[in-house]
Design a protein around this ligand. Structure first.
Ligand SMILES: C[S@@+](CC[C@H](N)C(=O)[O-])C[C@H]1O[C@@H](n2cnc3c(N)ncnc32)[C@H](O)[C@@H]1O
Length: 313
């Protein structure tokens, strides 16, 4: 009898210990999450304030197209974007993270398209609207202040032929959520197009350490979270997008703007300045990613692509 009581007490003690342990683990996880949030304050609100305060500085150097990777005559780069993102007459496009609408204005002046454009910055949205009205393009381009993470709440489902991010994607602290939102608003058969900077990869540990340090500086200075290509490829593939291409923008080297703009800008802000080219390691790659939301077979509600059937029977 004594043995049974002893065993019973032991089991009770073990259960109490386990309960206590689980609670402690949950508390530690909570604390870790909170500290992680504190050490990484990037969020849509901080980006909003950043662009409300800095857009005019950007404009002094960049003009109306706020992209670092570009051609000397930036319209050459926008023509390239039209080709590369396959923008065509008749399409409906979402320009996610549109700045002051410079690219959208250009695309609408060249093509018979409808563009919804959004920026997190109040200042940019107001300025963008004004510039679009001045260009008399308000029937083709609609700009609003909105968080692109909310696009699935703002725009209709299965609506856009293209969702494009032109050096805006990297501002997102939650790229999985952003890609999933883009999936929702894209038509079946529509394309997600991202042009952005991605962390470079190098063979040696020392070089990799430097790359990470410089990326960290850029992230802090520009309220960015430079994306990891492997992670993004994995997210889009897991979501079910069909991979079309990932490449460096194919810009003629004679036309290419060799960092002049970026350096001018860094001088203006006094951040991430390249003071010496000795031992300098370029920390990023500019890349374009183009993926397609698979066209659906209406009858079977299955993806043609994944079914691997040429025609519905
Ligand atoms: C480097 S600028 C590029 C602007 C524009 N694509 C262009 O080519 O001129 C980055 C843009 O991303 C926008 N952005 C960043 N985070 C955003 C968010 N959460 N929602 C909407 N726009 C965002 C900023 O407001 C800014 O307009």
């Amino acid at each position: 009898m004594k043995g049974v009581i002893f065993l019973f007490s032991l089991i009770i003690l073990l259960l109490i210990y386990k309960l206590f342990k689980n609670k402690q683990t949950a508390q530690i996880e909570d604390a870790l999450q909170n500290s992680n949030l504190k050490s990484n304050p990037l969020n849509a609100e901080s980006v909003r304030t950043f662009y409300n305060e800095t857009t005019e500085k950007f404009r002094k150097v960049y003009g109306d197209i706020i992209q670092a990777f570009r051609t000397k005559n930036v319209e050459d780069y926008l023509d390239y974007t039209i080709k590369s993102a396959d923008l065509k007459d008749g399409q409906t496009i979402l320009d996610a993270g549109c700045g002051i609408g410079g690219p959208s204005k250009y695309f609408a002046s060249k093509l018979d398209i409808q563009i919804e454009a959004c920026t997190i910055s109040d200042y940019q949205a107001e300025m963008g609207k004004k510039l679009i009205e001045e260009a008399q393009l308000q029937d083709k381009v609609h700009i609003q202040r909105a968080d692109y993470h909310d696009m699935a709440k703002i725009y209709p489902k299965d609506h856009f032929d293209r969702v494009i991010f032109l050096e805006s994607f990297g501002h997102s602290p939650d790229k999985k959520m952003l890609i999933e939102a883009a999936w929702e608003v894209l038509k079946p058969g529509g394309f997600l197009y991202i042009k952005d900077l991605f962390e470079r990869e190098a063979g040696g540990d020392e070089d990799m350490k430097k790359i990470k340090e410089i990326c960290e500086e850029i992230n802090k200075a520009y309220h960015y979270a430079i994306a990891d290509l492997h992670e993004i490829i994995s997210i889009v593939r897991k979501k079910g997008f069909i991979f079309t291409s990932v490449k460096t923008p194919e810009v003629d080297m004679d036309l290419f703007e060799h960092l002049t703009i970026s350096n001018d800008f860094q001088n203006l802000f006094d951040i991430s300045k390249i003071n010496s080219w000795e031992n300098y390691i370029f920390p990023i790659d500019f890349l374009e990613i183009k993926v397609q939301k698979p066209p659906f077979m209406i009858d079977f509600n299955k993806h043609l692509y994944h079914m691997n059937q040429p025609e519905a029977q």
